[in-house]
Design a protein around this ligand. Structure first.
Ligand code: GDP
Ligand code: IMO
Ligand code: MG
Length: 421
């Protein structure tokens, strides 16, 4: 049996915390896409940890964690992450497994990411510059190198061949940064990776399922950043939606049971691209401050705005969401009035559908206004303790989406999660 936790907006919905919370009920936690562009924050013994590639279940004894074939993996980032995780006394030799089919992010992929973004000028995607796009390009272009290739005696030859190809592309971009130190780091980290549990991920996970183990697939990014269904071209390069679980892990679709979608009580986006409910004003600034909305991977300030139910309903549809977790409800505590986007206006016409090209069609949000609950909720321990106005907000969202919010998160801490009755 397989359940999924994934983001319903433009990422950073709080997936890390939610996966960490649910992990105790599962045997295997698996990442199925994305790579070090992700930054998943959780608190272990009140200490903040940001994971990029290692699944967020890693701190639970008794879970095993798999980096699936759909992920793009940077050994250099992995080495750093492993050091952090090990400092908590976790034995990664026991509980971390990596698919041999996982594609490797090479130093030249990072250089290409940078070069491509520079060449786009003000049309840049706002990439995290971790090499994600170029690595997925080499995967679909059938050039990439995979974790399993590291164990082949001809790896260095294959690496040099691909590097030469990348060098020609970099020359075309007129990009001439010296990446020698990146390469040294890469080969050092690759040696460490070779000593990890490199497995055939699809047999590994299907055997676990056959044994009756419970699997939780952990999404990175968010549905509106999906390569097919997001706000293209301002998206990431993988399928972030539930369908990505099948090809990112080798799990048949009918094995997927619950799809748990995570949304903030408002909305954020980091990087460029359309964001209809963005508040480019004091209110947005206030959300950023209260919600501490700065990128977990890049430190960039996140753009903030009201919750967008048009985009959320779309995300529920393409993912087949069965339950919702609403995070950061406490961030709205101080707001006297709240807005909820229910409709888009495009060229004077109202629609409740996400259009083909948001950046050209420029939807204007139409809002339903709510009176804020205007009280502190971060200490609440159960649903009864939450203000009625928050319950009205939740009820409205449930009815609009046709899917219910099952949990409300009221702070970053592990214990700040309330089950909705
Ligand atoms: P992810 O990428 O989806 O895992 O989310 P990030 O870790 O990038 O960003 C979420 C941020 O919000 C982190 O700093 C979390 O510690 C924090 N956070 C998560 N849930 C809550 C919540 O309910 N309230 C508040 N105030 N912060 C939260
Ligand atoms: P988590 O898993 C928020 C955004 C980048 C950029 C676009 C493409 O923490 O939610 P990429 O590096 O993938 O080529 O960047 O996607 N982006 C994210 N935004 N959270 C993330 O991950 C993101 N990963 C990528 O800011 O706009
Ligand atoms: Mg994040």
């Amino acid at each position: 049996m397989v359940d999924v936790i994934l983001g319903l907006q433009w990422g950073d919905e709080g997936k890390g915390k939610i996966v960490d919370f649910f992990a105790k009920d599962y045997d295997v936690i698996a990442r199925f896409q994305g790579g070090p562009n992700a930054g998943h924050t959780l608190y272990v013994n009140d200490k903040k940890v940001v994971l990029h590639q290692i699944p967020s279940g890693v701190f639970h004894a008794g879970t095993v964690n798999l980096i699936g074939n759909g992920v793009v993996l940077d050994p250099v980032v992995l080495k750093r992450e492993m050091e952090t995780v090990k400092s908590f006394g976790i034995d990664l030799q026991k509980n971390l497994f990596i698919s041999e089919r996982t594609h490797l992010i090479l130093p030249t992929h990072r250089a290409l990411d940078k070069a491509a973004e520079l060449s786009k000028g003000n049309q840049k995607i706002g990439s995290t510059l971790k090499g994600i796009g170029p690595t997925y390009m080499d995967k679909t272009g059938r050039n990439g190198l995979r974790v399993g290739d590291l164990l082949d005696k001809n790896f260095t030859t294959a690496y040099i061949k691909l590097r030469l190809k990348h060098q020609r592309l970099l020359d075309n971009f007129n990009f001439h940064e010296d990446i020698t130190s990146w390469e040294e780091e890469f080969f050092e980290a690759a040696e460490i990776l070779k000593g990890m549990n490199i497995v055939n991920g699809e047999y590994f996970i299907n055997n676990k399922i056959k044994e009756g183990k419970k699997v939780l697939a952990e999404g990175a990014q968010g549905s509106m950043l999906d390569i097919d269904f997001g706000t293209f071209p301002y998206v990431t390069s993988s399928n972030t939606i539930s369908a990505g679980v099948s090809n990112g892990l080798g799990i048949a679709p009918q094995l997927i049971n619950d799809v748990i979608g995570v949304t903030k009580a408002y909305c954020t986006r980091v990087g460029s691209g359309p964001f209809p409910t963005e508040l480019d004003n004091e209110l947005g600034e206030s959300l950023r401050k209260t919600g501490n909305e700065f990128g977990a991977t890049t430190g960039r300030p996140r753009r903030c705005g009201w919750i967008d139910l048009v985009a959320l309903r779309y995300a529920c549809m393409i993912n087949g969401v069965t339950q919702i977790v609403m995070t950061k409800a406490d961030v709205l505590d101080a707001f006297k009035e709240l807005q909820v986007c229910t409709t888009y206006k495009i060229n004077g016409k109202e629609t409740t559908e996400v259009p083909f090209q948001m950046d050209r069609q420029k939807p204007e949000p139409v809002y339903q206004q709510f009176t804020g609950w205007n009280s502190n909720t971060d200490a609440a321990k159960d649903y009864a303790a939450l203000p009625d106005r928050m319950k009205e907000y939740v009820k409205y969202i449930n009815e609009y989406l046709g899917v219910n919010i099952h949990y409300i998160s009221n702070g970053p801490g592990r214990d700040q999660l309330i089950k909705v009755f």
